[in-house]
Design a protein around this ligand. Sequence first.
Ligand code: FAD
Length: 453
Amino acid sequence: MSERAKVIIIGGGFGGLSAAQALKSAPVDVTLIDRRNYHLFQPLLYQVATGSLSAGEIAAPIRGILGRQENTRVLLGDVDDIDPVAKRVKLADSASFDYDFLIVAAGSQTSYYGHDEWQKWAPGLKSVEEAITLRHKILYAFEVAERMPDAAQRCAWLTFTIIGAGPTGVELSGAIAEIARQTLKHDFRSINPEDAQIILLDASPRVLMAFPEDLAHKAVRSLAKLGVQTRMGAMVHELTRDGISYQSNGSTQTLSTKTVIWAGGVTVSPLAKMLAQRTGAETDRGGRIKVGPDLTIANFPDIFVVGDMALSIDKHGQPLQGVAQVAMQGGAYAAKAIARKVEGKPKPAPFHYFDKGNIAVIGRAAAVANVFGVHLWGLPAWMVWAFIHLAYIVEFQSRLLVFVQWAIQDVTFNRGSRLITGAAPTDFNFNHALAGQNAVEPTVAKKNEPAVA
Ligand SMILES: Cc1cc2nc3c(=O)[nH]c(=O)nc-3n(C[C@H](O)[C@H](O)[C@H](O)COP(=O)(O)OP(=O)(O)OC[C@H]3O[C@@H](n4cnc5c(N)ncnc54)[C@H](O)[C@@H]3O)c2cc1C
């Protein structure tokens, strides 16, 4: 039996992985537990959903990343209980593991703000599985429209609605517009994919609320150039197979749209709720667990919570955002605090988040970036975005593959990963969508003659 302190890390995402890596030389035994066997680079998920990249290019096996780290073992398992008094973590398969220090970095999940029934018609984008479902949904919509003789129905199939105008919604709408206007423009005979409507909708007064206002305006302009309509101040209250209705300026609007994507927000996982109950920790409205300046839960100095699960307050009294940098810096801080404690050194200074800024990409060579307070847009912002994303993808091989894919796409606009494979999305049946519709003649949509109503 080892005499060294046992550190358990729950989650191999940005926070957990960075904690594990920072403990590499510490005199501790680390066990990282994740329900998936891979680390996922979520900021590029939208490129999997829109056929630019394949899943393998943005995910890497955790075992491979930490394989050479001798003090660390990786376990595949779903943590469903934590006993903070006995200092024990329990998995769904009943296995349990004792710890001296615990770092909880289990991330977040999509929130439908009390309307979980909407998930069926408007999938979110949080996992590889969801990204592939979305890709299928987007590509099927063009396929159904190609065979749909009814003009109104065809129009609904060519209307793509993205709910949520944060970075993910902006990125998705820009990418879908590029698919419609560039990638698919020669591929169909009955429809003209360029007639697709892409609508970005949010209850907020403007897009990219976390960005400075001037950059949000630049983003709207870039989106408009790609043909994306932005509808702000729009509060969705109904979402069905056939479309959505929303409140805007005091009136109810309806929209016939067969492809709706939810980029509306996140909430914590059930694990966070359980941990809050067990420890009596305070939480915010989204369920995030309040941590102190040392990232531990009040009265539990051996439990650190980092990343999207944590409610951590900055020096201005504002909660830190749920972004990768916050998770990574939090994970590294927790690791440092543990290493110092086992080495008998004093506690490190309180956690201080070093904010490098925000970036959102809109399309080919178009992005907005607030880097150390400097506002960039267009190509310079896109270059910063590309550099940062390539630098942070954990596997060197993936970095090369992604770089090559982007280079090819920039020249050809071709999205290599647009095969429809496996089963159709669970909410979708191609035959059902076309049932009762007579075959549509391949009319070859002419450029000046819209194929949709
Ligand atoms: C589509 C999308 C785009 C984004 N774009 C950006 C961006 O451009 N820039 C940016 O900074 N941030 C971005 N983010 C946010 C960023 O990805 C998150 O803030 C970050 O991943 C949080 O890190 P984390 O370690 O807290 O959680 P995660 O990285 O989500 O990792 C959580 C890990 O915990 C595991 N896990 C969860 N529950 C359990 C359990 N019960 N048992 C075992 N394992 C469990 C999960 O499998 C996962 O591996 C984006 C997020 C999404 C979804």
